[in-house]
Design a protein around this ligand. Structure first.
Ligand code: NAI
Length: 278
């Protein structure tokens, strides 16, 4: 199987890495060589860490030799499965899928790693709704077990079967849900992160106390503000906006502090500062 990944950011790099580790030939596309170089660097560092711990059956160089980095979308024409992991913006993703629908061979499956955008809408844009699905990996991809598989309104049983089998070949556990705003993971997670941000804004407690209370009290591996920084505050805001628009209830209203931090360019770990400095 030839694997395609669009976007060499936090998620795209991780997806490309696990696909190459599983033995697939992988093509990674991004808009500019500098983004591709950053993605390649992320993969190199991650493979080096796994190699040091003795967790790789091959050398990092052997695994990386299966990955081709390109700025040309046409290089993905022969892919059997293309996973998109670009910016969380419906119009931008739809435009990309319109192009992929024309470029990728007719039997190819198209998947989106979107956190919240309707799979059915992206499927329509692609012009191959039966061969379209949500394949939602968790961050950091090489370490996290879950792939949330989201069936769009017209996703075929065959597409769902191939994608869940592929997720297993990537060493992941696929769990399937239907196409509703935020799916399962972010419908439940994001309101909690948003509420933690609202607690900062209202002065309910300090950042460390909020994170510590949730970590120690709920046995979460990291506090909600640390997790929001890790995901990216721009991505968190986009997801809250999708939940708010799609479900209509005020409980999904993005915290004004979240909005302000994104406006200020404080996006979390990826920009060097969010609720904490990195
Ligand atoms: P990121 O900002 O780290 O990476 C996005 C990459 O896409 C960048 O390298 C950018 O240059 C590239 N890109 C943007 N527009 C493009 C286009 N039109 N064509 C080709 N490349 C393009 O973002 P991240 O965190 O990797 O998120 C990507 C997607 O994954 C989003 O849809 C997000 O909602 C989803 N996601 C994010 C998670 C997280 O924890 N950050 C978890 C699960 C899903």
């Amino acid at each position: 199987m030839i694997f395609g990944v669009i976007g060499a950011g936090q998620m795209g790099a991780g997806i490309a890495q696990v696909a190459a580790q599983a033995g697939f030939e992988v093509f990674v596309q991004d808009m500019a060589t500098e983004f591709l170089a950053r993605g390649e660097n992320t993969i190199e560092k991650s493979l080096a860490r796994l190699h040091e711990k003795g967790k790789l059956p091959e050398t990092p160089a052997d695994i990386l030799s299966r990955v081709t980095f390109t700025t040309e979308l046409n290089d993905l024409a022969h892919c059997d499965l293309v996973v998109e992991a670009i910016v969380e913006n419906e119009a931008v993703k739809a435009e990309l899928f319109r192009s992929l629908g024309r470029i990728v061979k007719p039997s190819g499956i198209l998947a989106s790693n979107t956190s919240s955008i309707p799979i059915t809408a992206l499927a329509s844009a692609s012009g191959r709704a039966e061969q379209f699905i949500g394949m939602h990996f968790m961050n950091p991809v090489p370490l996290m077990q879950l792939v949330e598989v989201i069936r769009g309104h017209q996703t075929s049983d065959e597409t769902a079967r191939i994608v869940t089998e592929t997720a297993v070949r990537l060493g992941k556990t696929p769990l399937t849900c239907n196409d509703f705003p935020g799916f399962v993971s972010n419908r439940i997670l994001m309101p909690m992160l948003n509420e933690a941000i609202q607690c900062v804004m209202e002065g309910v407690a300090g950042k460390e106390a909020i994170d510590g209370i949730m970590k120690l009290g709920m046995n979460h591996p990291m506090g909600p503000l640390t997790l929001a920084d890790f995901i990216g505050l721009d991505t968190c805001l986009s997801i809250m906006e999708v939940l708010h628009r799609g479900l209509g209830d005020d409980k999904y209203r993005p915290s004004p502090l979240l909005r302000k931090m994104v406006q200020a360019g404080l996006l979390g770990r990826k920009s060097g500062e969010g609720f904490y400095k990195y």
